[in-house]
Ligand binder design. Structure first.
Ligand code: RP5
Length: 162
């Protein structure tokens, strides 16, 4: 895209959220040429890092933040509480298969919204695609790429199951 600023920030509670999960979020953004930042930031392990990241994100007019976390997953909620940049939450898999992460991410009391996606890899990819949809309302080149992606996506689905 023409605009070379960092449009999307991907943050995750642990290095363990990357492989098999959030790497797919980053790869999807890369396929669309969306410049993004990737960082390990935990709401409880590295709260200062979160504050610093958000200060910079707001200064540089980042447009979407994707926050992934597992277990008692409060990263997306805390992030959304500290900024008005739209926050998409990805619950990552855990000993309880991510159900704990899903509920912690999705069940925000009214007032501070987190757009929560599915658990794990599907959610990671869809978070990127939703961020791309949000950007597509402002950037015509992103809109064109998204339309092309959707058209080719439909073609990949077989008409018969056998
Ligand atoms: C969360 O705890 C992370 O987002 C991760 O999903 C989970 C486990 O972290 P590690 O113990 O693998 O670092 O904060």
């Amino acid at each position: 895209m023409k605009n070379k600023k960092i449009m999307v920030g991907i943050i995750m509670g642990s290095k363990s959220d990357w492989s098999g999960t959030m790497e797919h979020c980053s790869n999807t953004l890369k396929e669309f040429g969306i410049k993004h930042d990737v960082k390990v930031i935990s709401a409880h392990r590295t709260p200062k890092r979160l504050h610093t990241f958000l200060k910079k994100a707001e200064k540089n007019k980042m447009e979407v933040i994707i926050a992934a976390a597992g277990m008692s997953a409060h990263l997306a909620g805390v992030t959304a509480a500290l900024t008005t940049i739209p926050v998409l939450g990805v619950p990552t898999e855990s000993k309880l298969k991510g159900l704990d992460s899903l509920l912690s991410t999705v069940q925000m009391p009214s007032g501070i919204p987190v757009g929560t996606l599915a658990i794990g890899k599907a959610g990671a990819i869809n978070a990127a695609l939703l961020a791309i949809s949000i950007l597509s309302t402002r950037y015509s080149d992103v809109f064109k790429k998204l339309k092309k992606f959707r058209n080719s996506f439909e073609k990949k689905v077989p008409k018969k199951p056998y």
